[in-house]
Design a protein around this ligand. Structure first.
Ligand SMILES: C[S@@+](CC[C@H](N)C(=O)[O-])C[C@H]1O[C@@H](n2cnc3c(N)ncnc32)[C@H](O)[C@@H]1O
Length: 280
C-alpha cells in the first residue's frame, strides 16, 4: 500500500537544508539565538545555534523524561546534546542524507526512522516527550497534534521551538512559512494538550535573518547572475530558452528574499518555545 503522504512537497526544503549543511559547514539547521551585543555575522552563527539549543533544552522537565522522539531531527545536532543528558532517542527525518548524518553524528546511538512524521503508524504511547526543533511548521497542525497524542504516554510532553505567523500577510513577496500561532495553540488545547510554558525568543533569533538575507542576496544571487552571463556568451541559443523560462522566477525569488530581513520577520512572525503536556 502507498504512503499516506509523499516527501515531494518538502523535498525542495530538504535540498536547501543539505546545501546549507554542506556549503556553510554548520551542524545545526535551525536559527541562532543571538545574545545582546553578538553581531549577526556568519562566523557567530554556530555559537548562536549552540545558545539556541541550550535554551531549548532548559525546557525539558527535570523528572519523568527518558525516551524522546526527535521529529525532524536534521543532522542530529540536538540529538547529540540530548545523548549527553543520558536520554534515549528515536530520530526521524524524511531525507536519507539527513538520517545518515544523524547516525554519524550520534555514533549510531539513536534509533532512526526515514519518513514523514505524518506517515508513522506506531508504536503508540511509547514516548515521554516529542521534540520538534524548527520542524513543526512542516506538519499540518491537526495531523501533528493527532500524531503527538498517539505516540505519547499519558502526561507526556511536546516541546516545540519554531516561528509562527502572528498577523495577516498584507504585502506581496512575504514568506508564508509558519503556522498561525493562535490556531496552533487552540488546536492543541482542543485535542487534549495544556500549554504549560511559553517563551517568545523572536528578538534573539531575528538576527539570523540578516545572515540568511546577506548570504542569499550577496552570495547566491551573484553566482546565479554569473551563470546567466556565462551561458549568454557561450551558449546564446540555449540562453534564450533559459531566460524565457527562468528570468521571472529568479526575479520573483530575488524580491522575495530582499523582503525577508529581521524587521519584516519581527512584524509578521513570532519565534516561540512552547512546552505542552498531554492531559492524562
Ligand atoms: C529546519 S530543519 C530543523 C532540523 C533540526 N531539528 C534542528 O533543530 O537542527 C527541519 C527538519 O524537519 C524535517 N521535516 C520536514 N518535513 C517533515 C515532516 N513532514 N515530518 C518530519 N520531519 C520533517 C526536515 O527534514 C528537517 O530535518
Amino acid at each position: 500500500m502507498g504512503k499516506k503522504h509523499s516527501h515531494s512537497k518538502t523535498y525542495y526544503n530538504d535540498i536547501a537544508l543539505k546545501l546549507a549543511h554542506r556549503v556553510l559547514g554548520i551542524e545545526h539547521l535551525h536559527y541562532g539565538y543571538f545574545l545582546p551585543g553578538q553581531k549577526a555575522v556568519l562566523e557567530n552563527l554556530p555559537r548562536a545555534q549552540a545558545q539556541y539549543v541550550k535554551n531549548l533544552l532548559s525546557f525539558i522537565p527535570k523528572k519523568g523524561i527518558k525516551h524522546i522522539f526527535d521529529v525532524g531531527c536534521g543532522t542530529g545536532g540536538v540529538a547529540t546534546e540530548l545523548l549527553k543528558k543520558k536520554m534515549q532517542l528515536t530520530c526521524l527525518a524524511p531525507d536519507p542524507y539527513l538520517i545518515t548524518k544523524t547516525k554519524e553524528n550520534t555514533k549510531n546511538r539513536v534509533e532512526t526512522i526515514t519518513d514523514l512524521y505524518e506517515n508513522v503508524e506506531g508504536p503508540s504511547g511509547l514516548y515521554d516527550m516529542i521534540l520538534m526543533s524548527e520542524s513543526c511548521q512542516y506538519v499540518k497542525i491537526k495531523e501533528g497534534w493527532e500524531q503527538h497524542s498517539k505516540f505519547l504516554r499519558p502526561g507526556g510532553y511536546v516541546l516545540i521551538a519554531d516561528f509562527f505567523r502572528i498577523r495577516e500577510l498584507d504585502q506581496p513577496y512575504l514568506s508564508k512559512s509558519g503556522h498561525p500561532l493562535k490556531e496552533f495553540i487552540e488546536t492543541a488545547e482542543n485535542l487534549g494538550f495544556s500549554l504549560i510554558k511559553k517563551q517568545d525568543i523572536t528578538k534573539f533569533v531575528a538576527p539570523t535573518m540578516t545572515i540568511y538575507q546577506n548570504l542569499i542576496t550577496g552570495k547566491i544571487f551573484p553566482v546565479i547572475e554569473a551563470i546567466f552571463e556565462f551561458t549568454a556568451r557561450k551558449f546564446p541559443r540555449f540562453y534564450k530558452i533559459m531566460r524565457k523560462f527562468l528570468k521571472n522566477k529568479v526575479l520573483f525569488l530575488k524580491t522575495k528574499y530582499e523582503n525577508q530581513g529581521p524587521d519584516i520577520f519581527k512584524k509578521y512572525k513570532s519565534y516561540q518555545v512552547l512546552l505542552f503536556q498531554k492531559k492524562s
